[in-house]
Design a protein around this ligand. Structure first.
Ligand code: ADP
Ligand code: MG
Length: 698
């Protein structure tokens, strides 16, 4: 391993570089702008830009770009050279404050959900000085927010920054009530663990489904799956190790502290966990991590699959969003602390999350939804589509004791009083035992496990920040008016537990009984993307996000449209790929095999008239039946796809049509195709098999 301290963050214009390179007044002025969220003065911007440019050029950069996160879910950049012509025909390397702070960008090629009127195709990007600029290749990347000219957010960054402001405002009110006057800002922190698959590039290139859709649309199970559990934490293969080593170094250079790496439960599956940081930075870092994973894998002759469910019957990939709230004085507000006073504050913050998750289950669910994640949620290795939370045995008991005015265990005689009694120490491990919960308390943070592996982590964190801000707002409203603070606090916590305990579930989330139990409790079970997308435009949710100034109503309606469109397009591409693969590769290959076996029967019977041909005849018969079924279904699928071409009903109805009609037809086709794969000579099968893909990396 290289000396980490020499390379860590060398490609980032971070705090220490700003301190070192900027004139003192500029540095202080910039810090103040960042802290107060005020507009950056152009004179300061000019100095920062010039210093940033010098640093970038010294480190090999020739271009700069405003780096942003449009609604496509991936990052976008438009490169400009630093070179400017001078009057005397020479060139200078130039980069102004104006270029740093604001960029113009043609917004017409990015999804806007109708926000961008056609007569105004321009959008602009604005520097987010709280996210560090960095060098990627030969380009200085400036993290920016992306808005329409009317100021509507067209990206994933803007609402995230707004939601951080919302929770900062409300959390500050609450910590003040506990006498913390030295705290000046409260931020949420995130560590996003990333799962992914690696497959051999040559095999990948032979699979149109992987190329066009990121997942396998066909594939009979390999003789060996993950039943032996011999992959999890197993020895890492040397080619994969070389990839991981290079990935780590590149991430370290970008200031991403990739901490652990291990094989995951499924064959060919791996995970990377970074050290947590402020949410907007964590979001940038996760995007960079995904980008680097894909680029570096290619260098090692592999392809990194980030799809949530690349292989049927094998674990899918998720992203665990570890989330907490911290003060600028370094206190984690979800850490129970040592004193009755700290415990009380902790319990209040804990309750703010419990209330938020219960009140806005629908928004949390919709924040992780996508066509890809629909395959994963509710499959047996991932949390179900029902949102619930796990708090661990000790905390659950304590909450029950508070709710019922009891001691928190049989031996304890004193009735639990918030702010008076000390909570017992929670053994950290015991809070992490339930891996089946979509939302688990893990000692000093929550782990939201329903996120899919591909999507930006922005959406779920926007929802977490805003919904918890709303709980905190209601709490602060009540507590600020209290005559007896302790009494009011105790009653508030007690009432919150009573009202929201239905969301707490400690049992096995993968169990079918839970589905029934959750229904009894009145919890939502929104199984698919078209089922949950209408949450975006539910009145209560529009009220929440507009009140906290995170989204405007048109922005929410636009996001609803973009997600619907995205879903329908994804399924459309998958269905067309199915038709293409079946007609051009699979049916011709199987037919040829059947023909050759038929020829064999003819040859055999010419040699010996009554020779036994049971095997051949059986295969011919079964495959011919399967060919017919597949062919009929593909023709039908084609017809159904034609219906979507001239769709006149709403986008919601189109998404529902894809979900109900197109997907079921694709599923039927998959069944017969996979049966044909099992019966067909492997030399005829046109694609690498599951066994090749999952176990073929040597
Ligand atoms: P382990 O999984 O071994 O128990 P940790 O619980 O320390 O490890 O961390 C798991 C993930 O949670 C890591 O990505 C880590 O950075 C992140 N994490 C730890 N503390 C916090 C926090 N306060 N806020 C956000 N994420 C955190
Ligand atoms: Mg985890």
């Amino acid at each position: 391993m290289k000396d980490l301290s020499k390379i860590f963050g060398i490609n980032v214009f971070n705090e220490s570089k700003m301190k070192e390179r900027l004139p003192r007044e500029t540095y202080l002025a910039l810090q103040k702008t960042i802290k107060d969220g005020k507009h950056l003065d152009i004179n300061i911007a000019n100095v920062v830009a010039s210093s940033m440019k010098d640093w970038a050029i010294e480190n090999g950069a020739t271009h700069f770009t405003h780096w942003f996160q449009p609604m496509t879910g991936i990052t976008a950049e438009k490169h400009d050279s630093f070179i400017s012509p001078t009057d005397d025909g020479n060139i200078i390397m130039d980069f102004s404050g104006k270029e740093l702070v604001k960029g113009e960008s043609d917004a017409s090629s990015f999804p806007s959900g109708g926000l961008r009127a056609t007569f105004e195709a321009r959008g602009y990007t604005a520097w987010d000085p709280t996210s560090y600029a960095f060098i990627k290749g030969k380009t200085l990347c400036i993290p920016t927010a992306f808005c329409s000219y009317g100021g509507e957010a067209l990206d994933k960054k803007t609402p995230l920054l707004r939601s951080m402001e919302a929770i900062n405002k409300q959390a500050l009110r609450v910590v003040r009530l506990f006498g913390n006057t030295d705290v000046t800002s409260v931020k949420t922190t995130v560590g996003a663990e990333q799962e992914y698959f690696l497959v051999d590039q040559n095999m990948y290139e032979k699979r149109p489904d992987l190329i066009f859709t990121g997942r396998t649309l066909f594939g009979a199970p390999a003789p060996k799956g993950q039943e032996m559990d011999d992959h999890y934490y197993g020895t890492i293969k040397s080619r994969v190790q070389a990839f991981m080593d290079e990935l780590n170094v590149e991430l370290w250079k970008l200031g991403v502290f990739a901490k652990t790496e291990h094989n995951e439960a499924a064959p060919a599956q791996h995970e990377l966990a970074p050290v947590f940081t402020t949410t907007n930075i964590a979001t940038d870092q996760n995007q960079l991590t995904m980008e680097l994973m894909q680029r570096i894998a290619k260098k090692h002759g592999m392809v990194c699959l980030l799809h949530e469910k690349p292989f049927e019957g094998v674990n899918g990939s998720g992203k665990h969003n570890n989330w907490s709230i911290s003060t600028n004085t370094g206190k984690n507000l979800l850490d129970p602390g040592e004193t009755p006073h700290e415990n009380a504050q902790f319990l209040l913050f804990l309750c703010s999350v419990i209330k938020a998750v219960d009140d806005y289950q629908d928004m949390l669910r919709v924040s992780v939804t996508s066509a890809g994640n629909d395959h994963r949620l509710g499959a047996n290795e991932a949390p179900p589509a029902i949102v619930s939370m796990f708090l661990g045995e000790e905390i659950t008991e304590i909450l029950e004791a508070i709710e019922n005015d009891e001691g928190y265990d049989a031996k304890e005689r004193v009735v639990m009083r918030v702010g008076v009694h000390i909570l017992p120490k929670f053994p950290k491990d015991s809070t992490d035992r339930n891996r089946t919960s979509p939302f688990a308390f893990t000692g000093n943070k929550f782990e939201f496990r329903a996120l899919g592996s591909t999507a930006s982590i922005s959406g779920p964190n926007v929802v977490l920040n805003t919904t918890v801000a709303e709980s905190l707002k209601q709490f602060a409203d009540e507590l600020e008016n209290a005559t007896d603070f302790d009494e009011c606090l105790h009653n508030l916590i007690k009432r919150t537990i009573k009202e929201h305990k239905r969301i707490i579930f400690s049992g096995n989330g993968y169990d079918n009984d839970w589905v029934l139990e959750a229904e009894k409790r009145g919890l939502l079970n929104l199984r698919t993307t078209p089922d949950c997308l209408p949450c975006y435009v539910a009145e209560k949710n529009i009220k929440l996000f507009t009140e906290h100034k995170v989204f405007t109503e048109p922005e929410m309606r636009a996001r609803y449209e973009i997600h619907l469109d995205n879903y329908s397009k994804t399924i459309n591409i998958e269905a067309r790929t199915v038709v293409d693969m079946v007609k051009k590769d699979i049916l011709p290959a199987v037919s040829e095999f059947v023909k050759n076996i038929s020829d064999l029967v003819i040859s055999k019977t010419t040699v010996i008239k009554d020779i036994n041909c049971d095997y051949e005849k059986d295969i011919i018969k079964r495959l011919s039946e399967l060919i017919k079924k597949t062919y009929d279904n593909v023709n039908q699928l084609n017809k159904e796809l034609e219906i979507t071409n001239s769709w006149t009903k709403s986008a919601q109805e189109l998404a529902d049509f894809y979900k109900d009609v197109i997907i079921s037809k694709m599923d039927e086709i998959r069944v017969t195709v996979d049966s044909m794969e099992v019966l067909t000579d492997r030399n005829y099968w046109p694609y690498p098999s599951y066994a090749d893909l999952l176990f073929g990396l040597v």
